[in-house]
Design a protein around this ligand. Sequence first.
Ligand code: ATP
Ligand code: MG
Length: 430
Amino acid sequence: MRLSASLIPTLKETPADAQIASHRLMLRAGLVRQMASGIYAWLPAGHRVLTKIAQIVREEQDAAGVQELLMPTIQSAELWRESGRYDAYGKEMLRITDRHERELLYGPTNEEMITAIMRDSVRSYRDLPQMLYHIQWKFRDEVRPRFGVLRGREFLMKDAYSFDLDYAGALIAYKKMMLAYMRTFQRIGVTAIPMRADTGQIGGDLSHEFHVLAPTGESGVFYDSAFEAGDARGAGDLDAFYEQMTTIYAATDEKHDLNAWAAIPDERKREGRGIEVGQIFYFGKKYSETMDFGVIGPDGAKIFPEMGSYGIGVSRLVGAIIEARHDEAGIIWPDAVAPFRAAILNLRQGDAATGAICEALHDKLGADALYDDRDERAGAKFAEADLMGHPWQIIVGPRGAANGQVELKRRATGERADLSVEDALARILG
Ligand code: ATP
Ligand code: MG
């Protein structure tokens, strides 16, 4: 992509109303624009990040055997009256009336709808277990939308739902999902720690929140440093993985257990703040019973399925990654989700030698490279590339170009090397 022909409206000034780094940087790097309180447009570079994150989430859900579907954003109030949550949910729910005076709502989550879909389609115990997910926009009329996409009103969520015949089955679904989440966050390039958590609006008995550590996080968190060492990564079998995840201490302030905490050696105690990027719940028959979704069991008796639900804040992750990975100069994207893997900086636009090398690089790297072909000072190009946070910068100046050389800079470490065009490409693609 050529920067001269792209809509990437970067800002030199720091936006006055943005309180935290990720919000400032998302505006300055031209990723998003606010359209109304807590409602954002994703501009091309931001949309690329969102799409890459969603794709990793999708691949790991698919790998865990979860089936993708797509449910609508608008739901009928009737559905929510069945579960009793229409009145319980409160002002966070955006309620809408259509021209026929029918009551609708913009979905804040989808437990009722997926239960209704299953009730319509599934009759026998032989049809279970099942796991389903979608990646869809949600609306919650938050009291205080803030911190940009971290607490928006409209936001993108991956929400999955599991249906099992008994508790043992539901627990397997819960464990599979926890493993899928750890793999997802690892691939995205952030450390997220699973913590025992309260169940809140969704209800239920067992729940974990996944937190990305950042000083600006809204939750207080307490955890064992074993999570930092990366030994908690989930190799081996599912039960061993789950055992490890749930025996190493980690809890949000709401679930903090002072006795368990006291048992951890002082040098391993970590206290900090976290951003909740995902949460998983087991809640048993709460929805299957209230909404009368039963299947016929082997002996002809009706079984109400055991359910769980599993969310990832796809749009919140964009902000959380930036909170965890930035410096004075700008964003430091992990390779897997950067809007562009590499920027090509032509330091002398109009020069035949630099131009030829940049064009060749641009051809080779394709759509995952951003070619800064603007007629701008070198200093301005450096500053913008650092701000946008491309993992690699290929700096093409007239002196090197005369010898077929470029300078390759790694954004995360600041390391630089003079290399031939081929060697630079091999490093980036390797
Ligand atoms: P919070 O406690 O932050 O309000 P929640 O616990 O109400 O979130 P869940 O119902 O668990 O949210 O939703 C699943 C995921 O969706 C959350 O883990 C979070 O990553 C994301 N999410 C929830 N609310 C928002 C929001 N207002 N803006 C952006 N992402 C959100
Ligand atoms: Mg939550």
